[in-house]
Design a protein around this ligand. Structure first.
Ligand code: GLP
Length: 239
C-alpha cells in the first residue's frame, strides 16, 4: 500500500488527476473505474482542466461507474448518470458508447447486473479504479455484511448510508433504498486502485479500513489485500 497525505484538498485533487492523466498518456485506451459522491468532485474538475488545456484525451478510453440508485431514471438530478454528465462527461471527449453506468431504471435489475458484468468482462480488467469510502467502510454500495458479493448486484442501502446521502435529496424519504453496485470482486480485479478520503469525519473509518483487521464488516478493509493500492488522504482524514 502506498499512502500519500496532502495539506489541502486541491493538492490531493491535482495528484490524483495527475495519476489518471499519466495513465491516459501512456495508455490512451485505458479502462477507468469512476466513483461518485463529494470526494471525487475536485479530481473531476482537475481532469476537465487538463482536458481543456489539451494535455489529456479520453477519446480512446472506456469508463465504468461503480454504482447507480435503483429506481432513478438517468435524467433524475440525483442519479449518478446526471452526476457524471454534469461533473465530467459534458466537458471531456470520452465517446458516449464507452461510458458505462448501471441502469437504475432497468425493468429487471437482476438482468441489468448480469449485463453490466458482461460489459466489464468484455472490457478486460479496469486499469485504474477510483474509490471513495463511506463512513461505515462501504465501497461502491457494498455495505458491511457477514459476507460480500463478488459481482454486480442489487444492494440494500443501510440507514447510515441513506442518511449520509440525504444531503443530495430534498428529503430523507426520497433517498432510494436500493442500488446496483459493482461487487468487491470486480473492484479488487482492477490493476490499480486509488482510494481517496477527505475530511476529519473520515479519519476513523480510514484507520479501521487500512490498519484494522480485514473483515467484510468493513468492506474497504479488503483493499488491504490489493497489490497496487494507492491511498490519497488529506491531513485531517489521515488523523
Ligand atoms: C456513496 C457512493 C460511494 C462513495 C461514498 C462516499 O454513497 N456509493 O461510491 O465513495 O458514498 O461518499 P462521499 O465522497 O460523498 O463521502
Amino acid at each position: 500500500m502506498n499512502k500519500l497525505v496532502f495539506k489541502t484538498e486541491k493538492a490531493l485533487d491535482e495528484a490524483a488527476a495527475g495519476i489518471i492523466a499519466a495513465l491516459l498518456q501512456t495508455k490512451p485506451d485505458a479502462v477507468l473505474g469512476f466513483a461518485t459522491g463529494s470526494t471525487p468532485l475536485g479530481i473531476y474538475g482537475e481532469l476537465v482542466r487538463l482536458h481543456a488545456e489539451g494535455k489529456i484525451s479520453f477519446r480512446e478510453a472506456t469508463a465504468f461507474n461503480l454504482d447507480e440508485y435503483v429506481g432513478l431514471p438517468r435524467h433524475h438530478p440525483q442519479s449518478f448518470h446526471a452526476y457524471m454528465q454534469k461533473h465530467l462527461y459534458d466537458h471531456i471527449d470520452i465517446l458516449p458508447q464507452n461510458r458505462h453506468i448501471p441502469d437504475g431504471s432497468a425493468p429487471d435489475p437482476e438482468a441489468e447486473c448480469l449485463r453490466y458484468d458482461e460489459l466489464l468482462r468484455q472490457a478486460g480488467r479496469i486499469d485504474l479504479q477510483l474509490l471513495g469510502i463511506g463512513h461505515n467502510g462501504h465501497i461502491g454500495f457494498n455495505e458491511p455484511a457477514p459476507g460480500l458479493i463478488g459481482g454486480t448486484h442489487v444492494a440494500e442501502l443501510s440507514e447510515q448510508t441513506r442518511q449520509a446521502n440525504a444531503r443530495f435529496f430534498p428529503s430523507f424519504e426520497e433517498v432510494p433504498k436500493f442500488a446496483i453496485t459493482m461487487g468487491v470482486g470486480s473492484i479488487l480485479q482492477a490493476r490499480r486502485i486509488l482510494l481517496v478520503a477527505k475530511g476529519a469525519d473520515k479519519a476513523g473509518i480510514v484507520r479501521r479500513a487500512l490498519c484494522g483487521p480485514i473483515t467484510t464488516q468493513v468492506p474497504a478493509s479488503l483493499l488491504q489485500t490489493h497489490p497496487r493500492l494507492t491511498v490519497l488522504l488529506t491531513e485531517d482524514a489521515a488523523g
